[in-house]
Ligand binder design. Structure first.
Ligand SMILES: Cc1cc2nc3c(=O)[nH]c(=O)nc-3n(C[C@H](O)[C@H](O)[C@H](O)COP(=O)(O)O)c2cc1C
Length: 244
């Protein structure tokens, strides 16, 4: 089992996304998977030009010469890929979207009706890996991930593959806040379990998914605590009393 994480945060190793990816891949590695962690921000990835040359002129290859050639090879070598992203305006980051668009050469241009009756492309030359969607957002609630929950379902259907799991973390900015270490450690233990389950069974279990969806701080007034703390932090930042 090979699991590759593609991280779409511009903050790379400093990001809250990375905290989640690290725990997930650690769990997967402990369970015997071969893992790879790729920071997309460090790669040269041009925008898709929409020219369809990868379907018509040079099937399977992009006309642009950048790091996507190597990234597609890595993508196709994986059994499971993790799309790990910060939540940006309720969606994946631009870095991640750019990467996803550039996966176009993996597809086949011909069409057919899928089992649900929608028209789709026929399977590409190589089977796509199963998908994990992983994201964190600044707002505390889990409801902010509605777009990503739908996006990963539509993506899996378009790419004719399965979903190995979903990991969403509201209040993600607290993942590196020492004040909340015990809660963060408890949460990351579940992320680790999720990685181990994907390595062993190909899927995150329903019970682990349930645990991952719990609020980071198990208090009925978590949103109020968050608002008070976050506003104090913002004021300190604005006054220049604190460094990011
Ligand atoms: C351009 C931009 C848009 C954002 N939009 C949202 C959003 O819609 N919802 C949300 O909960 N957080 C939003 N955030 C906050 C980030 O998701 C949050 O800071 C996250 O922890 C960043 O992850 P990272 O450290 O891995 O980059 C946004 C941040 C930026 C910079």
């Amino acid at each position: 089992m090979k699991i590759v994480a593609f991280n779409g945060s511009p903050r790379a190793e400093k990001g809250n996304t990375h905290v989640m990816v690290e725990a997930f891949l650690a769990g997967a590695g402990e369970a015997g998977a071969k893992t790879e962690n790729i920071f997309l921000v460090k790669k040269k990835i041009g925008h898709c030009l929409g020219c369809f040359s990868c379907w018509w002129k040079c099937p399977g290859s992009c006309v642009q010469s950048d790091d996507m050639e190597e990234l597609i090879e890595t993508y196709q070598s994986a059994d499971v890929v993790v799309f790990a992203t910060p939540l940006y305006v309720d969606n994946v980051s631009g870095i991640m979207k750019n990467f996803i668009d550039r996966l176009l050469p993996t597809g086949d241009p011909h069409f057919e009706k899928d089992p649900g009756g929608e028209v789709r492309h026929v399977p590409g030359r190589k089977k796509d890996p199963a998908f994990v969607m992983m994201a964190n957002g600044g707002f505390p609630e889990q409801s902010h991930f509605q777009v990503l929950r739908l996006l990963i379902r539509r993506m899996a259907r378009n790419f004719l593959t399965g979903i190995a799991g979903e990991i969403y973390r509201g209040g993600g900015s607290l993942l590196q806040d020492e004040e909340f270490t015990p809660f963060v450690d408890a949460y990351l233990a579940h992320v680790r379990t999720a990685g181990s389950e994907v390595a062993k069974t190909g899927k995150i279990s329903a019970e682990t998914t349930r645990m991952l969806e719990q609020p980071l701080i198990p208090a009925p007034n978590f949103a109020d605590i968050f608002v008070t703390n976050a506003n104090a932090y913002m004021d300190q930042m604005i006054e220049g009393k604190k460094k990011p």
